[in-house]
Design a protein around this ligand. Structure first.
Ligand code: KIV
Length: 279
C-alpha cells in the first residue's frame, strides 16, 4: 500500500469504492489503523471526550490537538491524516483560521484539516484553500455547537433543514473543501448530498449511501463502558477483555503467581532485557 492522496480518494468515489476512516489519537491507535490499512486517520476533537476525559469537545485546545496529531503522524505512513480544528480555532476570523490550520500542517504533520459548520464556515474554508491547505467540511450534527442545536440530535429531518444542509455542503465544496463529513442526518438526505457533491462524503450516522464511513475508534472497539449511539457497530469488546486481563494480573501479583521463573532474570544467563514491542 502507498500513501493515500486526495486524488486517490476522489477516484474511489468515482469508481464506487467505499472509503474507510477512523479516529486515531496517539501512536498506538494510529499504528493499529495503519496495520489494518484504513484510508483516513482522523485526529478528531472527540479526543477531548474519549482520551482526555472532558464532558464535550468544546474545551479541547489547539495545543492538545497538535500534540496528538504529531503522535499519530509518527505511526502513519499510508493513511491520509486529517487534524480536527478545535472550537474557536477557526471561527473568529479567516486570518486566525489560516494561522491555526497552518500549525496542524507544519507542526502536526497533517495532510488536511477538518472544520465543522455550514454556510458560516465558508469564509474560513475559502481562506485555508487560498493558503494551499486541504480542508474537510463537517455538516449535519456539529458537536462543537451541540448546545446551540439543543443537544446531540439528528439534523435535517424536515425539508427546510435538509435543504439548508445540502446548500451548505454545496457552498463548502465551492469554497474548496476536498472531503465532507455528514453526521447524524437521515440516510436519504445523505444520499442527496453525496449525489450532489463531486467530493467524497464520509458518513457517521448518515446511512449507507455516503462515499465512505467514519467512526470513533474506541466505540468500534468497545473500549468504553457506557452506551454508544445507534449508528455505532461494536466490532469487539476490548474494554471487557482489558479489564479481565488487568484483574487477572492483580490477582496473580497478590497471590504471588506472577512473575514466575520464566519472567525473571538470572545472574548466570545472558537474558535479553527486552523482547517485545514494549521497547
Ligand atoms: O471528532 C471526531 O471524532 C469527529 C468524527 C466523529 C467525525 O468529528
Amino acid at each position: 500500500m502507498s500513501k493515500i492522496t486526495i486524488t486517490q480518494l476522489q477516484q474511489m468515489k468515482q469508481r464506487g469504492e467505499k472509503i474507510t476512516a477512523l479516529t486515531a489519537y496517539d501512536f498506538v491507535t494510529a499504528a493499529l489503523l495503519e496495520r489494518a490499512g484504513v484510508d483516513i486517520a482522523l485526529v478528531g476533537d472527540s479526543l477531548g471526550m474519549v482520551a482526555l476525559g472532558y464532558e464535550s469537545t468544546v474545551p479541547v485546545t489547539l495545543r492538545e490537538m497538535i500534540h496528538h496529531c504529531k503522535a499519530v503522524r509518527r505511526a502513519t505512513h499510508n493513511a491520509f491524516v486529517i487534524g480536527d480544528m478545535p472550537f474557536l480555532s477557526y471561527q473568529v476570523s479567516p486570518e486566525e483560521a489560516v494561522r491555526n490550520a497552518g500549525r496542524f500542517i507544519k507542526e502536526g504533520g497533517c495532510d488536511a484539516v477538518k472544520i465543522e459548520g455550514g454556510l458560516e464556515a465558508v469564509p474560513a474554508v475559502a481562506a485555508l484553500t487560498r493558503a494551499g491547505m486541504a480542508v474537510m467540511g463537517h455538516v449535519g450534527l456539529t458537536p462543537q455547537s451541540a448546545v446551540r442545536m439543543g443537544g446531540y440530535r439528528v439534523q435535517g429531518r424536515d425539508e427546510d433543514s435538509a435543504q439548508r444542509i445540502l446548500d451548505a455542503a454545496l457552498a463548502l465544496e465551492q469554497a474548496g473543501c476536498v472531503l465532507m463529513v455528514l453526521e447524524a442526518v437521515p440516510e436519504d438526505l445523505a444520499a442527496r448530498v453525496t449525489e450532489a457533491l463531486e467530493i467524497p462524503t464520509l458518513g457517521i450516522g448518515a446511512g449507507v449511501h455516503c462515499d465512505g464511513q467514519v467512526l470513533v475508534l474506541p466505540d468500534l472497539l468497545g473500549l468504553g463502558s457506557g452506551p454508544v449511539p445507534k449508528f455505532v457497530k461494536k466490532y469487539a469488546n476490548l474494554g471487557d477483555q482489558a479489564v479481565d486481563a488487568i484483574e487477572r494480573f492483580c490477582a496473580e501479583v497478590k497471590g504471588g503467581e506472577f512473575p514466575t521463573d520464566a519472567h525473571s532474570y538470572h545472574s548466570t544467563r545472558s537474558d535479553r532485557t527486552r523482547t517485545s514491542s514494549s521497547g
